[in-house]
Design a protein around this ligand. Structure first.
Ligand code: NAD
Ligand code: MN
Length: 498
């Protein structure tokens, strides 16, 4: 499988794939209790990939019982961290070893280019799991500064049963950001992938088992949000719900937690991230290349997409020209062609939403500088060219709402204060970027931005070593880094009188 160098190599591999669509509960692949399935259709060309188990409350109950039983048994939750570490690292190695298959599943299922499924999704997923495994036997508890005759122990314990509900834009990676610290900490997990991209999660379950993760510790329930997702959100025996997805559903999950057992809810939600380019940016060509990839990478289906480009008025025209030139390198192509940079939009619904926003942009008075249309229609797939809007006002819906597609809004400013005000005038607070060669201006702006992540002279940087997440309605808590473990452990204070 190392000779996958052309589109036809990947196509013939796809023909040989045995795609599994069952749920994974208590260590076994099984149908939904109802026997219901839904069709998993590829946005590349409309091909049917699999009929996937459509889980609901009965399956949620089954999985929670299995997860709770194994948690209480201690076979995983009380295993020494160094032992859990070995198994988690083996899980990461199996992800790498099966990387071609996982990458192909991801590309077929959600339409992203195969090169990024391999370079980004598979590699970063394996790294997320491995890093979490490596970390877990290096995290120490604390002792409080107590009087001499007393001891205050501050310890962290695995919480119990965790539900992880994840989106479709980076299906496996978003799952692994949760699975890494959740499993490494000793919890049992129920993973619910998006109904739009269930295949890689279903495959991961087998790899986790093969690595030695005991049955019941990882369950995968494919299905819809309003059925199995809702059942998990309202479940009385799930301790913590971790979520990546839209702000609308994040709010609903908080309500459902409040209506049920007050399970802890951690959400990574949407964004409308400002990418601020000052006239004194160190290199405007680099800034323009970055602005192009910030909106076109992953078809713009990125929570941190640099969807609001704030440009200093004096350089606007020249800068837009550079961005448009850079976007020529980001035109859609066949996702299984290893040279393709931009793939298909996930499904018809999202495709229609993106085109609808393009219409709204024009109707509200902004003007299209490039793109704006469907392309490659004859392929039977869902492709939209990267689109740039000029003359956008920050009050327009294309500047306020998350489009989750390759649509860039260009807004101008004259002063640093104005740039900061526009950048922060949003319900979201996930990420932002600042381009300037003035170090004081860079820091002053970065400090003023109400976002969980700020990039300076760069876009989308980061690694497992740095936390990921947002302010405001972009969410709470953080994925990645040691801070992620805070969501998967309960805090205990034990006070001892000697
Ligand atoms: P979504 O909110 O529609 O769905 C996310 C998940 O929630 C899916 O698994 C879905 O089935 C489930 N769900 C839907 N309704 C539910 C309900 N009532 N109860 C329980 N579960 C329910 O989001 P999406 O369209 O899959 O993903 C796109 C969104 O994800 C964007 O808003 C994007 O910004 C966000 N996202 C955020 C991050 C981040 O880290 N901040 C990363 C990636 C994506
Ligand atoms: Mn799909």
């Amino acid at each position: 499988m190392n000779s996958l160098v052309s589109r036809s190599d990947w196509e013939s591999y796809a023909k040989k794939l045995n795609i599994r669509g069952q749920a994974f509960i208590d260590g076994e692949y099984i149908n939904a209790a109802s026997n219901n399935t839904f069709a998993c259709i590829s946005p590349i060309d409309g091909r049917l990939l699999a009929n996937v188990a459509s889980c609901d409350l009965a399956d949620a109950n089954h999985a929670v019982l299995s997860a709770r039983t194994v948690f209480n048994s201690g076979v995983w939750s009380q295993l020494a961290p160094a032992e859990r570490k070995k198994i988690i690292i083996l899980f990461a190695e199996l992800i790498k070893k099966n990387g071609n298959e996982l990458a192909l599943l991801e590309t077929l299922d959600m339409g992203k280019p195969i090169r990024y499924s391999k370079e980004v999704d598979v590699n970063s997923s394996a790294r997320a799991i491995q890093w979490s495994g490596e970390a877990v036997d290096k995290i120490y508890d604390e002792l409080a500064p107590t009087p001499h005759n007393e001891i205050g122990m501050i310890t962290r314990e695995p919480i119990g049963v965790i539900a992880a509900i994840v989106p479709w834009n980076f299906p496996m990676l978003m799952a692994c950001w949760k699975l890494g610290p959740a499993l490494a900490s000793g919890n049992s997990v129920i993973l619910k992938p998006s109904e739009k991209s269930p295949l890689s999660a279903i495959r991961l379950a087998q790899l986790a088992m093969d690595a030695g993760i005991p049955k019941g510790v990882l369950n995968v329930l494919p299905g819809f949000g309003h059925t199995v997702g809702k059942a998990l959100a309202l479940h009385m025996d799930i301790d913590t719900l971790v979520f990546t997805g839209s702000t609308r559903i994040a709010k609903q999950l908080m309500i459902d937690a409040g209506k049920s057992n007050m399970k802890r809810v951690w959400v990574e939600a949407g964004g409308k991230s400002p990418n601020i380019v000052f006239a004194d940016a160190p290199n405007l060509d680099d800034a323009a290349d970055s602005a192009a990839s910030a909106i076109a990478f992953n078809q713009g289906e990125v929570c941190t997409a640099g969807s609001r480009l704030l440009v200093e008025a004096s350089i606007k025209n020249a800068f837009i020209e550079k961005v448009v030139t850079a976007l020529k390198g980001w035109q859609p192509g066949h996702p299984l062609d290893p040279d393709t940079q931009v793939g298909a939009i996930i499904d018809q619904q999202q495709f229609d939403t993106v085109l609808e926003y393009i219409k709204k942009g024009t109707a509200s008075g902004a003007n299209i500088v490039c793109g704006g249309s469907q392309v490659m229609e004859q392929s039977g797939g869902l492709f939209i060219e990267p689109t740039v809007f000029d003359n956008v006002d920050n009050t327009m819906s294309i500047a306020r709402e998350e489009i989750f597609g390759p649509v860039l809004s260009v807004i101008t400013f004259d002063t640093i204060e104005e740039a900061i005000a526009i950048a922060n005038d949003t319900n979201y607070g996930l990420a932002s970027a600042v381009w300037t060669s003035n170090i004081s201006k860079a820091h002053k702006t970065a400090k003023a931005l109400k976002t969980g992540m700020v990039w300076i002279n760069h876009y989308n940087g980061g690694d497992m070593t740095c936390p990921f997440g947002g302010y405001k309605q972009s969410g709470n808590g953080r994925d990645k880094s040691l801070h992620a473990f805070e969501k998967y452990t309960e805090f205990k204070a034990t006070w001892i009188r000697l």
